[in-house]
Structure formats: C-alpha cells, structure tokens
Design a protein around this ligand. Structure first.
Ligand code: GTP
Ligand code: NA
Ligand code: MG
Length: 296
C-alpha cells in the first residue's frame, strides 16, 4: 500500500507451554497436534519443528514447543515478545512444584496472560482443588474463586478438556486484539536454530509482522542471507509465511541465536552491514567482560 497506510488483520496467537518436569507439557502438545492435523497429513510429521499451528473454529493457534525455561528466559532477556499467552501445566496428582512457581514467575515478569491447564485429570488421585489453592497462594486465583485466571481441567491421555483449552486460548486472544500487517516487510523471532548436515544453518521463526517470502534478503543477529527455502510446520516447502505463522528458514550464513529478531532488508549489502555491526557489538561485549574479570 501507500506510505503510512496500514493493512491490519487479525493474527494467530502464539502460545508457550511451561510447567514442572513430567507434568505433561510434551504430551499435551502431542495430543493437540495429532488431534488437529488433518488425518492424511498426520503421517507426514516425521521431523521435529519447534513450533506448529493448529486450527480451532476456523482460526489458527501457534504453539511453541518449549525447550525449557532457560530458552524462554534467554528470549526474554533479548527482548523477544514472541509469546502472547503462557499456559502453565500442573499435574492434578502432583500439584504445584518448584518449576511451576518458576513458570508463573517467568510469565508474570513477561507480562503475558496465564492460563492454567490442570492436567492428568484422568487419574484417580487427581486433586484439582488443591492445585487451585496452591496457585491462589501465588496470586493466580481461579475465576470461580473470584479471581482472574482460567483453570482448564484436561487430560493429555484421554483428550478430555483439550477443546475447552483451545477455546479458552481463543477467548484470551480476543481480549488481546492481536493484529499485524501482512503487507509490511517481515519481522520475526527466532525460536530455535541449528546447523544441519546438507542444509546448513536452519532457523525456526515465528512471524510477528509482515510476510516472509522465498528470495527475501534477511538478517538475524550475525546471520544474514537470501531465503533459499521456507518449510511449514509439517516440513513442506511453502512460498511465504504470514503473521503468527511458524516457519523454518534456509539460506542463512550462520546459526542465529534463539530470541534473535529477524528482519528483511532491501539489499544484500545492508544485510551484511547489520550482521557485521552485531558481530562487532558482541565482540566488544565479550572484551569488556574479560576486562572486568581480569580487574577483579
Ligand atoms: P519434561 O519435558 O520432561 O519436563 O516432561 P513433560 O512435562 O513434557 O511431561 P511428559 O509429557 O513427558 O509426561 C510425563 C509423563 O506423564 C509421561 O509418562 C506421560 O505419559 C504422562 N502423562 C502426561 N499427561 C498425562 C495425563 O493427562 N494423564 C496421565 N495418566 N498421564 C499423563
Ligand atoms: Na517427561
Ligand atoms: Mg517434555
């Protein structure tokens, strides 16, 4: 469009799932993914992609397969605001544990809304009221107790409550009024990256604004390049990725760090300059660190 003109559209909410070890984060993600991917495509999920998108009531929800709190903290320290909503999973038979508290602290510090998924409700020893009481002590009070937080009872084993959880996410997303402009240059956040044999540097990003296309010249921290290929969350080649969507990017010069912002620029020269400046900045930071250490 013309300069200054905006083309805002609704974008998919981006969700991170956190919680104590073994409370069912992976099981929950796996259940949602397998239930929501079209039957014919389910067999096609062979490779790990760090984020994926599911459909509910004709709308999309993007889930980040959280590699752990450390990565989340790392992203936050880089100022990445990739997550719109945090889901804290608490096993109903185990209650609030140290990492549950950590997850709540992370979400509070990031200023994102929290939804509690009370998992393992299929178990006889499930005690959702204890979970509510324990979380209320942390300032996370259920709506039915006069608080502000949604507690959704679920089972990643039977699938109970999963649709409710997805609906709760969409209602929360409505309140956030998430919007983006697909006609702009792309801005995305790197959520994971690696060096792959035969592929080179590979980065999974979530698009925050704009549209990314094959052939775009992009820069992410010290990494830059012309986008050689884009793969969706099923590992299939796509031509473009829109706001809220996760996508795997091939063609970068280096492996960018998680939480790094990726943007598109007009020329290869500009991309190189940005990457060089970032590398120089990191070198200076390292230098000042080692100077400090030697002075102590
Ligand atoms: P980490 O990634 O190691 O922190 O664990 P996690 O939170 O991803 O938990 P995971 O999904 O690996 O589940 C831990 C164990 O709990 C596994 O044996 C699951 O099969 C089991 N589990 C997860 N969800 C449920 C549930 O809803 N009901 C029952 N009965 N078992 C569950
Ligand atoms: Na586990
Ligand atoms: Mg797990």
């Amino acid at each position: 469009g013309e300069a200054g003109e905006q083309n805002l559209v609704e974008r998919a909410p981006v969700i991170t799932i956190m919680g104590h070890v073994d409370h069912g984060k992976t099981s929950l993600l796996d259940y949602i993914r397998s239930a929501k991917v079209a039957a014919g495509e389910a067999g096609g999920i062979t490779q790990h992609v760090g984020a994926y998108m599911v459909e509910k009531n004709g709308r999309n929800i993007t889930f980040i397969d959280t590699p752990g709190h450390e990565a989340f903290t790392e992203m936050r320290s880089r100022g990445a605001k990739v997550t719109d909503i945090v889901i804290v999973v608490v096993a109903a038979d185990d209650g609030v544990k140290p990492q549950t508290k950590e997850a709540v602290e992370h979400a509070k510090a990031a200023g994102v809304p929290i939804i509690i998924a009370v998992n393992k409700m299929d178990k006889e020893s499930a005690n959702p009221d204890l979970v509510k009481a324990q979380l209320a002590e942390l300032g996370i009070t259920p709506i039915d107790w006069g608080g502000e937080h949604e507690f959704v009872p679920v089972s990643a084993k039977t699938g109970m409550g999963i649709e409710d959880l997805l609906e709760t996410i969409l209602l929360q997303a409505d309140l956030l009024e998430l919007q983006a402009d697909p006609s702009r240059e792309v801005k995305a956040t790197v959520i994971e990256s690696s060096l792959e044999k035969g592929r080179g540097p590979v980065a999974t990003v979530v698009i925050e604004d704009g549209t990314m296309r094959v052939g775009d010249i992009v820069v992410a921290g010290i990494a830059f390049g012309k986008v050689k290929a884009l793969l969706n969350d099923r590992g299939l080649a796509v031509k473009e990725a829109k706001p809220g969507e996760p996508v795997v990017v091939l063609g970068l010069s280096e492996v960018p760090g998680a939480g790094e912002t990726l943007i598109s620029v007009k020329t290869d020269k500009i991309a190189r300059e940005y990457a060089k400046k970032k590398a120089e900045y990191l070198r200076q930071k390292e230098l000042s660190k080692s100077t400090k250490v030697s002075l102590d």
